[in-house]
Ligand binder design. Structure first.
Ligand SMILES: *Cc1c(COP(=O)(O)O)cnc(C)c1O
Length: 392
């Protein structure tokens, strides 16, 4: 009988009933570079940590179980995971990419992949006819859903049918929802990407990334690439992510619950001109989210009245940290235009609607009242300073 995801965050069925590691409940950190061989042609199963390490392998098994994959590779960052995945392609290959993506992914594609001869078409996958962009040399479609930061929602199952028909891969960066809320492989994707730095690790203390697949041929090529290019996750960092994953479900539920409350509050504010949160029933992707996810996540993008308003909010927050990143225990507020999306070309920002009034909240697991109290105070002070004397 398949077990629930909260159980799978803690236990691997294959490891049960053994008395390895002295019964240690915490998986040991095998802080070693190399492994001694019992004899010529004999191995303990491990040769050298760049190839594999027991701590990293344990983490990979937990993550592949959560995503219903057959293989998961743990890398030293989300970008290392995406860069490794891009090595599956060769010069002349064409990829369709979502036009609203994590800024670092756009930077990699524009500056590294293009130099390596890969062609791209940026498409608004949530509303355009993706099929009409497929060419002879198209090898994959690469999406995020929800997108970063505009929270556009793509129907993964519908897109996977188009990909299957044309015999191309569907790759989904699932960082924003984590496998707790969304499992792209179950919906027909071939490869899933994670920045493990975000919800999987969850504590804003470790950088990591994952590539997960359920296709044996892809897995075989990725295993060759990780040992050859060498960006596998270090044993101690693998242990930190393992520790974080234990509470994935609790953190996702709490932060998504908080986010729902905050989104409802934001839409009532006079100087908040737009709220992008797929849990709101008037969000254009709400119905698709209801079908393909089990929760709406904890990222809220919103627009305020002016650039000055945005800048004041960012300089006044205290408990809420003005910082890059998302998916951790602490609530963060990000200014995409100068942070996550600073290297994204101007025309792409304009097309996606990322402006100097756009803010992104990654809602954490604090008591929601305390987050609301701080936002209330910061908005009030901002309005007093900006509009002093306007209203009598
Ligand atoms: C952060 C992030 C990445 C990059 O991950 P790092 O761990 O920072 O290298 C990729 N995709 C998304 C959606 C992200 O949020």
């Amino acid at each position: 009988m398949p077990r629930g995801i909260n159980t799978n965050c803690l236990h691997l069925e294959s490891e049960e009933g053994r008395s390895e590691h002295y019964g240690s409940l915490s998986y040991p950190i095998y802080q070693t570079a190399t492994y001694a061989h019992p004899g010529v042609g004999q191995s303990t199963g491990y040769d050298y940590t760049r190839l594999q390490n027991p701590t990293r392998e344990h983490l990979e098994k937990i993550v592949l179980t959560l995503e219903n994959g057959t293989d998961a590779l743990a890398l030293s960052s989300g970008m290392a995971a995406i860069a490794l995945m891009m090595e599956l392609f060769k010069p002349g290959d064409h990829l369709i990419i979502d036009s609203d993506l994590y800024g670092g992914s756009i930077r990699l594609f524009d500056n590294v992949s293009v130099k390596n001869g890969i062609e791209f078409s940026a498409v608004e996958c949530y509303r355009e006819d993706v099929e009409s962009y497929i060419k002879e040399n198209t090898k994959a479609v690469y999406i995020e859903t929800p997108t970063n930061p505009m929270m556009n929602i793509t129907d993964i199952e519908a897109l996977s049918k188009i990909c299957r028909k044309h015999n191309i891969w569907l790759i989904v960066d699932n960082t924003f929802l984590s496998p707790y809320f969304q499992k792209p492989l179950d919906l027909g994707a071939d490869i899933v990407i994670h920045s493990g730095t975000k919800y999987l690790g969850g504590h804003n203390d470790t950088i990591a990334g994952f590539v997960i697949t359920n296709k044996d041929d892809i897995s075989e090529r990725l295993r060759f690439l990780i040992k050859t290019t060498g960006a596998g996750l270090a044993p101690f960092d693998a242990w930190l992510i393992l520790r974080g994953i234990k509470t994935l479900g609790l953190r996702m539920e709490k932060s998504a619950g908080n986010a729902g409350t905050i989104a409802d509050w934001l839409i009532t504010r006079e100087n908040v001109t737009k709220v992008y949160y797929p849990g709101l029933i008037d969000h254009p992707g709400h119905e698709i989210m209801k079908r393909q996810c089990s929760g709406y996540g904890a990222i809220i993008t919103f627009k305020v009245a002016s650039k000055e308003y945005a800048h004041k909010v960012l300089s006044k927050v205290k408990m809420i940290k003005f910082a890059e990143s998302l998916g951790g225990t602490e609530t963060l507020i990000t200014y995409p235009i100068t942070q996550t999306h600073a290297d994204v070309p101007r025309d792409v920002l304009v097309r996606n609607g990322i402006t100097d009034t756009t803010l992104r909240l990654s809602v954490g697991i604090e008591d929601v009242k305390d987050i609301l109290d701080e936002l209330e105070k910061v908005f009030k002070e901002t309005e007093e300073e900006l509009y002093a004397g306007e209203k009598s």
